[in-house]
Ligand binder design. Structure first.
Ligand SMILES: *Cc1c(COP(=O)(O)O)cnc(C)c1O
Length: 372
């Protein structure tokens, strides 16, 4: 047993072999299109440093993160492949972005001027990607101003434009009209502007679009959720071996027999209708197992499904195992597989009324990540 599990009763287990297998399947599927893996938000909860290193080892071409701090952590973990910072940068981050050899996004002349000025001072180049807003209304320059912006940045000293990219709004919907328009807009704009600028990478694809829009690949793609094992389009043969690599596990910390008509946990939101066996599991909403799963979620013990009963506490929750047998120390699976049963992340997402991305991000740093 690793030190992490000895010191904390619950853990997230990441199957790195499956993760690397997913990478290799997607690499093949993308063909000559470069593979950029976004690993923002602690690598979708999987652990930034270990996932960064494993991705590099498995042959990913590029990593992407949202913020400078995430990129610095990767460089400090000896990740040496290109890293693209997607989020808007601030003036006081420019020196570190260049010091750590990071590529970053520009979506305004104002920031481009600041970067060029700084680079002029230190006599070093910055490698940048320009973002086009093709429909998110988040960051990026408007399509009609992109041609002049592209020209402007190209004329600035010490700025090396390595990529032009955009982000899709609805790519998980097959043949979606907005997505089709976004891809068409991106295609025609980049064809018009990049003519003669060899080596500028065009990228717009994410997990949804590589499954639903084969015309979204361009020079580089940024599929993340699917690399962590969550594919929606089960018909795509080439991706059928993709599988999740994330499990949430714990061990029973307490066992008791509870009489009929006893309320369980805060507020007594669950009352026993017969004498039953209740086990306590040391996971709570303080770890990211959401309180809204109270009286809704299920866990696996000894290969069987049992309901979470009563209000989930910050550090613990209770499970009704009826007449079944279980002992203190038995493994509890809250997400993942046990024997022939499974609690998929999708089930938690549905119960919490959200998407898989958000469920994976719920789980914070209190839970140790164990890599197998
Ligand atoms: C997070 C992110 C992605 C990856 O999205 P998935 O749906 O997980 O594939 C791609 N591009 C940008 C700009 C992102 O922020």
């Amino acid at each position: 047993m690793t030190k992490e599990i000895r010191n904390h009763p619950s853990w997230i287990e990441i199957n790195l072999n499956q993760f690397k297998k997913n990478i290799s399947i997607i690499k093949n599927y993308l063909g000559k299109t470069l593979f950029c893996l976004p690993i923002k938000a602690n690598a979708y909860g999987h652990g930034l440093r270990a996932i960064g290193k494993a991705s590099e080892d498995a042959g990913v071409d590029y990593l992407a993160v949202a913020h400078l701090q995430e990129a610095i952590k990767l460089r400090e973990s000896n990740v040496n492949i290109p890293i693209l910072v997607l989020g808007a940068i601030h003036e006081d981050q420019i020196s570190d972005l260049i010091f750590y050899n990071l590529e970053f996004t520009l979506s305004s002349k104002f920031k481009a001027d600041l970067v060029s000025k700084h680079c002029n001072k230190i006599k070093k180049n910055a490698i940048v990607h320009l973002e086009i807003d093709s429909g998110m209304q988040r960051t990026g320059v408007r399509p009609d101003t992109f041609p002049s912006f592209f020209d402007y940045v190209n004329r600035l000293e010490y700025l090396n434009v390595r990529g032009v990219y955009s982000h899709l709004v609805n790519s998980e919907i097959f043949a979606d009209q907005t997505t089709t328009e976004q891809i068409d807009c991106f295609k025609s704009l980049t064809e018009e502007c990049l003519n003669g600028h060899l080596g500028v990478l065009r990228h717009i694809a994410n997990s949804g679009s590589i499954q639903n829009f084969p015309n979204s690949f361009f020079d580089m793609a940024r599929p993340s959720l699917i690399t962590f094992g969550y594919s929606r389009n089960k018909e795509l043969k080439a991706l059928s071996e993709i599988a999740p690599c994330f499990s949430l596990k714990s061990k029973i910390s307490y066992f008791k027999v509870v009489n009929k008509n006893q309320g369980i946990s805060y507020g007594h939101s669950y009352v026993t209708d017969k004498q039953t066996r209740i086990v306590t599991v040391p996971v709570g909403y303080g770890d990211g197992y959401r309180r809204c799963l109270s009286n809704k979620g299920f866990v696996l013990i000894r290969g069987k499904r049992f309901p979470v009963v009563g209000t989930i506490c910050m550090d613990q929750l209770m499970v009704d195992i009826g007449d079944e047998e279980a002992y203190v120390g038995d493994e509890v699976v809250l997400i993942g597989k046990q024997d022939n049963e499974e609690i998929p992340v999708e089930e938690i997402a549905t119960l919490c009324n959200t998407n898989i991305h958000e469920v994976l991000c719920f789980f914070n740093g209190r839970l140790p990540r164990v890599y197998t």
